[in-house]
Design a protein around this ligand. Structure first.
Ligand code: PMP
Length: 400
């Protein structure tokens, strides 16, 4: 995993803070700083601003004076809207008491970790993985255990033998991100059943990050237009915490609004943890969230459509002969395997210089990501066409 920060011993910091990894994407970002005309495909967000009807709902709330402390678990209107949203998308009855509003997906992940793992505990993470998983586990005081996935002709797959071999008496949880950032891997129902069986047998919590669940591109996998979910296979007594966010579906990355879904019996514990973390999410932000859930389906459909077009465009990079790119099944990232001997960071830096395109080096996603580059295709088609043209032109010189 990425290097931790080195702080002079004089400060005597807690190891949990000092060992939190730095972002491996920032170096590339810094390299591009100040250069004109770089197409930024390294970030994990689309290029569309939040739709006006969502902003208007937040403005109305501010104008109406909703500027006070509020419910730690989230305002009842939003928790009810979340239950209705889940019923609609997953076709299962849902209880508002299962939903806890957080200031983004990341804080939901942090609360989940604080509940299930700490000092002396291990958390299994199939990799390549979004680096913040390692960060959240580390700052909770637990140890992230990377379990590399296998890459074959059809893309990425879980390695169940390796998962079994990684379990020890210290193991407390497994983090499952499907559809995955950065690989686009999307669990099948049978993967989810096998993971659930694995977690039950070893007494592990599952922390399920299904934030890209609406972005499923392989029709063989889709269930009513969304990715398979642990909801499809779980029983109410299963130990599963769902991390969720408004960031991607509704283009709300800057709002910092997400939710944790958990058994209602954990309500008081979660309420306390929110109290000591943020003391609640601003009401006007939550009003924006309600508008997104209630009136945002057309916008979500538009984003999914755009991502499909983007996926097709960047898929053409496979024709260059310099990258392997099995079509990603979900999310909005292409994870390109680069041919030749250069490291992913070297290639990412060279692409900035020679193609003016910013990609994230695979090494930022754990050792299993070395040799790959992540490209976010949630963007305007014309930008992606231009990026593909520039990369295809530069790769013969830089892939090595
Ligand atoms: N999970 C995954 C897999 C992500 O990619 C992200 C954002 N990049 C998040 C969670 C968190 O999203 P946010 O904190 O913006 O809500």
């Amino acid at each position: 995993m990425n290097a931790s920060v080195s702080v002079p011993s004089l400060f005597n910091l807690r190891p949990e803070a000092e060992q939190a990894p730095s972002s491996g994407i920032v170096d590339v970002f810094n390299h591009a700083r100040g250069r004109e005309g770089v197409i930024p495909l390294w970030v994990g967000e689309g290029d569309l601003p939040t739709p006006a009807f969502i902003c208007d709902a937040a403005s109305r709330s501010l104008a109406a004076g909703e500027t006070f402390y509020t419910y730690q678990r989230g305002i009842p209107d939003l928790r009810q809207a979340l239950a209705r949203y889940h019923e609609r998308v997953y076709g299962l009855p849902s209880d508002p008491e299962r939903f806890f509003v957080t200031t983004g997906g990341m804080p939901a992940m942090q609360i989940a970790m604080r509940m299930v793992a700490g000092n002396g505990d291990d958390v299994l993470i199939p990799t390549p993985a979004w680096p913040n998983f390692v960060g959240a586990v580390t700052v909770a005081g637990a140890r992230p255990v990377a379990v590399p996935m296998v890459f074959g002709q059809n893309g990425w797959n879980l390695d169940f033998e390796r998962l079994e071999a990684s379990v020890t008496p210290r193991s407390r949880a497994i983090l499952v991100n499907s559809p995955a950032n950065p690989t686009g891997w999307t669990a099948t129902l049978s993967d989810l059943r096998a993971l659930l069986d694995f977690a039950r047998r070893h007494g592990l919590w599952i922390v399920a990050d299904e934030i890209y669940g609406r972005f499923v591109h392989d029709p063989a996998l889709a269930i009513d237009g969304r990715a398979p979910s642990f909801r499809d296979v779980m029983s109410p007594e299963d130990r599963i915490l769902f991390v969720q966010t408004f960031s991607k579906n509704w283009a709300m990355t800057g709002w910092r609004l997400g939710w944790l879904e958990a058994p209602p019996a954990l309500g008081q514990v979660i309420e306390n943890l929110i109290q000591y973390q943020t003391s609640g999410t601003p009401v006007f932000v939550q009003r924006g969230g309600i508008a997104a859930l209630e009136d945002g389906e057309d916008f979500v459909a538009h984003q999914i459509d755009r991502a499909r077009t983007g996926r097709e465009i960047v898929g053409r990079l496979a024709d260059t002969g310099y990258v392997d790119l099995p079509p990603p099944s979900g999310a909005f990232y292409a994870f390109l395997k680069i041919k030749g001997g250069r490291t992913s960071k070297e290639v990412a830096m060279a692409l900035i210089e020679e193609a003016k395109v910013g990609l994230a080096p695979g090494s930022a996603f754990g050792e299993a990501g070395e040799g790959y580059l992540r490209l976010c295709y949630a963007r305007e088609a014309s930008d992606l066409e231009e990026a593909v043209r520039r990369i295809a032109e530069a790769l013969p010189r830089i892939a090595g």
